[in-house]
Design a protein around this ligand. Structure first.
Ligand SMILES: [Zn+2]
Length: 99
């Protein structure tokens, strides 16, 4: 009798964990590709980028980069890393969630 009671308790505990997980994911504001369902792999594509890097030459003739400045003159596109779909409309959201 005691063992049966313990089994029941474990089962309800497991069910509680299983039903809680999907609710947790729905609550977050994750970007999901509407075409393939990918929510992990994304690409940011920048056109016409000028990258300026300032270097200091050391005494032994080697160089050390001290600062770099990236200027984007063209459009920045945001796309799915798996199927390549254009997700630029999510780019603003991506920047807000970028840490
Ligand atoms: Zn996709």
């Amino acid at each position: 009798m005691r063992e049966k009671g313990q089994l029941k308790q474990n089962r309800t505990a497991k069910r509680f964990v299983i039903t809680k997980k999907p609710l947790h994911y729905h609550g977050t504001n994750r970007i999901v590709c509407p075409y393939c369902g990918n929510d992990e792999d994304f690409l940011e594509l920048a056109e016409n980028v000028a990258i300026t890097t300032r270097y200091v030459q050391n005494e032994d003739g080697s160089f050390t980069p001290v600062a770099d400045d990236t200027q984007v003159f063209g459009e920045i596109k945001f796309s799915c890393g798996k199927c390549g779909a254009d997700l630029t409309k999510y780019h603003k959201h991506f920047l807000e969630m970028l840490f």
